[in-house]
Design a protein around this ligand. Structure first.
Ligand SMILES: Cc1cc2nc3c(=O)[nH]c(=O)nc-3n(C[C@H](O)[C@H](O)[C@H](O)COP(=O)(O)OP(=O)(O)OC[C@H]3O[C@@H](n4cnc5c(N)ncnc54)[C@H](O)[C@@H]3O)c2cc1C
Length: 506
């Protein structure tokens, strides 16, 4: 059975944090537009956006060492850190607007304050961290960052990591209290609740199978109703492909020239989760280390306090790995079916260039639990195997494309690919990821709705006051915004005993 439905203004494919953010922005900017969502799973935020499938770090470059590189002259390049911090400020402002306007509920259901720390060992890395600290702490966006090599101070900051440490190697850390833990799964669900209340038609258990342009320039989306097997066709003026790892195959189906010569490389992830509440209690920070030589940037090891299901947890990882699936719930044929005549050379070139990465991922897949414990013990020397178990995280599909650096270059960022006429856009890649969803979805609006942007600008500025301006160049405005969003989102670090007490009562 098949049936054709009436035309709608917007179709969002996928119910992850990206579609949730775009849908919410559009509802505020063009309330009369009709929006339909198709999601193949039975709930929102079940793939990468789910709280157990990502690390929940509000990426603001406060602790991630891969956002600050050392230049040939030995100085530290902080331009990427500034860019990511500014992007995160957009998310904070939009979320604050939603809370203040009562469009979503209690912010502590999705965001919690937690110190962000970087930690390194060995003379070379200690020297790097010190230089990084000097470069960042003079910048208005990173105010309040502290640095220490003093073991007594470090015992205060990270008792669990310092306990039982026998090595004489120098160790150093930075700490900044304005970091966050974000439950992107909860945020996605809250945004979808809001969209539902605004009469957005949300269709779960509906898998999008094809997207084709109609003769009058609209898009015909073929959808399979998983419940009854029926095929439906929906027509829209604008389609956003927010399928996470599943976006690339759908983008390829549109046939737009911009979808050619692009491939995807899936990287899977595992976290170790601590089951012992006494150990969990001893740690209160997100502590990022340095990536191992040859490791991709997204596999930087970190030990994280997380707030999930109103409970404090402790996770370590991620351990990267290889699986040919593009989604955690995907198929083993995903990678193979994404190879098309127009991207086969790009894919092969990447295969040749990225031998070191392939080797690294294979080694990671082969790691035994005891080997993983050894990596954990670099953070927690006294870690006991019986206190830790494994959780499988989400899939990240890294973009492969031809760039100035050559054919088949692996990209580690996110990319918005859109048709020249702005009628369809897809989001590929997964880093820095959900933290910068607002920035990325504003990019979708700019690319796809250039005619409406002028009219929308006052509302965008009401929601996101720093829209279109540089915060690093306006430090007073940054302070104002940082303080007001911290108040609205409840991010003023309370004594952590108080936070925990509140969690118990919730
Ligand atoms: C291990 C790991 C750690 C991470 N850590 C962080 C972090 O600390 N901080 C951070 O900011 N980001 C992090 N990320 C990235 C972040 O999780 C993602 O960028 C973000 O969740 C992507 O959201 P999305 O909406 O694009 O995709 P998803 O959340 O994956 O949603 C896509 C949805 O589309 C649906 N879908 C796919 N294909 C179809 C189809 N054909 N028809 C219908 N529905 C379809 C899927 O079922 C899914 O629900 C991490 C990711 C991973 C994997």
């Amino acid at each position: 059975m098949s049936n054709i439905h009436e035309k709608t203004d917007v179709i969002l494919i996928g119910a992850g944090v990206m579609s949730a953010t775009l849908g919410t922005l559009l509802k505020e900017l063009a309330p009369k537009w009709e929006i339909k969502v198709f999601e193949k799973l039975d709930k929102p935020g079940e793939e990468s956006s789910n709280e157990w499938n990502n690390a929940g770090t509000g990426h603001a470059a406060l602790c991630e060492l891969n956002y600050t590189s050392e230049k040939a002259d030995g100085s530290i390049d902080i331009s990427k850190a500034i860019k990511i911090n500014e992007q995160f400020q957009l998310s904070r402002q939009f979320w604050s607007y939603l809370v203040e306007s009562n469009l979503i509920g209690n912010p502590q259901d999705f965001i919690m304050p937690i110190p962000h720390m970087s930690m390194v060992q060995g003379e070379k890395d200690v020297a790097f961290l010190k230089k990084r600290f000097e470069a960042l702490s003079n910048n208005p966006l990173f105010q309040g960052m502290e640095y220490s090599e003093d073991p007594e101070k470090l015992k205060e900051w990270i008792p669990l990591i310092m306990e039982g440490r026998t090595s004489n190697e120098p160790i150093a850390a930075t700490k900044i209290d304005s970091g966050t833990d974000v439950n992107f799964g909860a945020l996605t669900r809250m945004l979808f609740d809001y969209l539902k209340s605004q009469n957005v038609e949300i269709n779960y258990r509906h898998s999008v199978e094809d997207i084709k342009r109609t003769s009058d320039g609209l898009w015909k989306v073929k959808v399979r109703n998983i419940g009854n097997g029926n095929i439906e066709y929906h027509i829209a003026k604008f389609v956003f492909i927010g399928g996470g790892g599943g976006s690339l195959p759908l983008l390829q189906k549109t046939g737009i020239p911009e979808s050619k010569h692009i491939g995807g490389f899936p990287v899977s992830g595992l976290f170790m989760v601590c089951n012992n509440p006494e150990v969990v209690e001893k740690h209160h920070a997100k502590v990022y280390g340095k990536a191992k030589v040859g490791a991709p940037p997204m596999s930087v090891p970190h030990l994280d306090t997380r707030y999930i299901d109103n409970k404090k947890s402790l996770l370590f990882g991620p351990f990267a790995g290889f699986s040919p699936k593009f989604l955690k719930t995907g198929s083993n044929l995903d990678l193979l079916s994404s190879v098309k005549p127009n991207n086969v050379i790009t894919m092969l070139a990447a295969g040749v260039k990225e031998m070191a990465l392939t080797k690294y991922l294979i080694q990671q897949v082969m790691l035994s639990n005891e080997k993983r414990m050894e990596e954990l013990r670099e953070f927690i020397p006294n870690a006991k195997s019986e206190d830790w178990s494994i959780v499988v995280a989400g899939q990240r599909v890294q973009v492969i494309k031809d760039t100035e650096a050559g054919k088949g270059t692996l990209q580690f960022g996110t990319e918005v690919i859109s048709a020249a006429d702005g009628s369809v856009a897809a989001l590929l890649g997964a880093s820095p990821g959900a933290s910068t969803a607002v920035h990325v979805m504003l990019e979708v609006l700019q690319k796809c709705f250039p005619q409406q942007m002028k009219q929308w600008e006052p509302k965008i500025k009401e929601m996101i006051p720093s829209y279109g301006m540089s915060l690093v160049e306006n430090p007073e405005f940054f302070n104002e915004i940082h303080t007001s969003t911290a108040e609205t989102l409840g991010l003023i670090e309370k004594e952590h005993a108080v936070v925990e007490k509140e969690l118990v009562f919730n």
